[in-house]
Design a binder for this molecule. Structure first.
Ligand code: SAH
Length: 346
């Protein structure tokens, strides 16, 4: 017997089949266990009822099943559900279920904390503690899928990587999780219903394009003027807009997928015509649309939502230039579940 037990969920189906053969058992046991782990989300070996007691004990001797636990669930007046998710090492991330009339969207985390330092985001105040592994990301989706069935009588329809963390700084694990989410072995969801949101890491955007991914890309832009963007999103100094732009052109060439720019308009920060014009110019480089997000205040109030007039100026100018623009109203604000509020109030 091994001294330290391995997380069984780190094993591929093939490795599990191998394990059983190496123990003198049949390879198909590996398939059975794989199904328990990934299709039936079993959290204990004891629950794997089509295995003999001896087999279950053997698994217990060699492995653990590391899984997340939804520790606290809060429901907003608008139906939004925020989960505090406890990881096997007791760290906590958050994930959110956002219902509308026609769909249920899961907003999931990719890291514990975040290494970027966006001035308007609550998660930025937690330093990055670690990356989530693929099954911790997958489990958040499964948990929300179950909540969607339970509370709204329908399965999850969409996933956005807009929770805590920067997905492209945990690229491999995010992609592995998406593989499982989209695979018939896992949840079998269409990649077209998944959106990865990034602050913009040019090298990784190119890598994704090269790998021919089928999910959607959203970029948190917030300003198309370098100096200003660096002041609110300091990593822009390392990845300036020219590099970002080039990577997005590359993305479009390779994937033919339109890019969504997420954009908050703040009073006295990016609410002038000059800001709008810079955005219009940026949008010309690759087919894109703009999603104007309502600002969700985080406690100290250095930033505030721009006036309706300023927002309409954006809408008007973008539309005049034939750029699609939508306004996204915030959800779950009363429970700090809205964009950028995760991690607010501890
Ligand atoms: N790191 C990734 C994903 C997490 S943030 C990214 O930057 O895209 C998800 C979205 O919420 C981003 O568009 C981010 O800019 C936005 N956001 C962060 N704080 C916000 C706040 N206080 N109000 C509104 N949106 C916010």
């Amino acid at each position: 017997m091994p001294e330290t037990k391995k997380d069984i969920r780190a094993l591929t189906r093939e490795q599990l089949r191998h394990f059983f053969v190496s123990k003198g058992d049949k390879a198909f046991r590996g398939n059975q266990v794989y199904e328990w782990l990934w299709q039936k989300s079993a959290y204990s070996f004891d629950g794997m009822t089509n295995l003999s007691k001896e087999t279950r004990q053997m698994l217990e001797d060699y492995f653990v099943i590391n899984h997340i636990r939804v520790d606290q669930m809060q429901r907003s007046n608008d139906g939004t559900i925020k989960n505090a998710v406890q990881l096997h090492d007791d760290l906590v991330v958050e994930s959110v279920l956002i219902p509308t009339d026609t769909r249920t969207t899961a907003c999931v985390s990719s890291q514990v904390g975040c290494s970027l330092d966006c001035k308007f985001c609550a998660t930025a105040r937690l330093k990055r503690m670690r990356n989530l592994n693929p099954d911790e990301i997958y489990d958040q989706v499964v948990a929300i899928d179950n909540q969607s069935k339970l509370y709204f009588d329908r399965p999850l329809s969409n996933i956005v990587f807009m929770g805590m963390g920067e997905p492209l700084m945990n690229y491999n694990n995010v992609l592995k999780a998406i593989d499982k989410i989209t695979s018939p072995d896992g949840l079998g969801m269409s990649p077209k219903r998944i959106t990865v949101s990034t602050s913009g890491v040019p090298k990784m955007i190119k890598k994704m394009a090269d790998e021919g991914v089928k999910f959607n890309l959203a970029v948190s832009l917030h300003s198309a003027i370098d100096e200003l963007r660096t002041s609110i999103m300091p990593f822009n100094a390392t990845f300036p807009l020219s590099d970002l732009r080039e990577s997005l052109q590359y993305w479009y060439q390779k994937t033919k997928k339109r890019i969504t720019y997420e954009y908050v308009v703040w009073e006295g920060i990016n609410d002038t015509q000059k800001d709008v014009d810079a955005l219009v110019k940026f949008c010309r480089f690759a087919p894109s649309k703009v999603n104007l997000i309502e600002y969700n205040p985080i406690d100290d109030g250095e930033f505030s939502q721009a006036s309706e007039e300023a927002i309409q100026r954006y809408v008007h100018t973008l539309e005049k230039n034939h750029i699609t623009v939508t306004i996204r109203r915030s959800r779950g604000k009363d429970i700090d579940a809205a964009c950028g509020q995760l991690a607010n109030k501890g």
